[in-house]
Design a binder for this molecule. Structure first.
Ligand SMILES: Nc1ncnc2c1ncn2[C@@H]1O[C@H](COP(=O)(O)OP(=O)(O)OP(=O)(O)O)[C@@H](O)[C@H]1O
Ligand SMILES: [Mg+2]
Length: 150
């Protein structure tokens, strides 16, 4: 499955979707989260972390760019918002190949970091608290991951 679109209507439903993703991911995967300010990228990441067994609460890394959490595999949570227009080698590539899960908010600002194979999730705001998660898989492992979410 290459594309899957799911809607949530509450923060808790978004956490539950994230938990499903976090339970299904395998090492070295990369998830790109795009969508406007307040779309729910960090909220989804909180669920993903729960699915990985991370005990700490995930908070927005806007002022730190990268936060690392310990779960059944490490979670590398990158928020690229402040990197718009800055092209420099951040040394993140090595981390991303270190058997963890990398989640990148605002991945469009760091195109050089985005591997060919990835799961891209675009989040759109709907009425009131509803959010649409448009997921698009590049690569067989990610297509398999989407199968596990339905
Ligand atoms: N169904 C929903 N799913 C996720 N968040 C929701 C939902 N309904 C309401 N919200 C609210 O939307 C906001 C989402 O904020 P969040 O920090 O996750 O967004 P973000 O995309 O990471 O923003 P930023 O670009 O600033 O990092 C929160 O205040 C949350 O309570
Ligand atoms: Mg955020």
């Amino acid at each position: 499955m290459k594309n899957l679109c799911l809607q949530t209507n509450t923060v808790e439903e978004t956490h539950a979707l994230g938990r499903k993703i976090g339970s299904a991911v395998r090492g070295n995967m990369v998830i790109l989260l795009d969508g406007d300010l307040g779309a729910g990228k960090t909220t989804l990441t909180q669920g993903i972390a729960q699915g990985l067994g991370v005990k700490r609460n995930v908070t927005s890394p806007t002022f730190t760019i990268l936060k690392v959490y310990k779960g059944r595999m490490p979670l590398y949570h990158i928020d690229a918002y402040r990197l718009e227009g800055i092209s420099q080698d951040l040394g993140f590539e090595e981390l991303m190949e270190d058997n963890g899960l990398t989640v990148i908010e605002w991945s469009q600002f760091v195109p050089d970091l985005v591997p060919e194979e990835n799961l891209k999730i675009s989040i759109r705001l709907g009425n009131e608290d509803s959010r649409m998660f448009e997921m698009s898989a590049s690569g067989a492992a990610y297509e398999q991951l989407l199968e596990e979410l339905v």
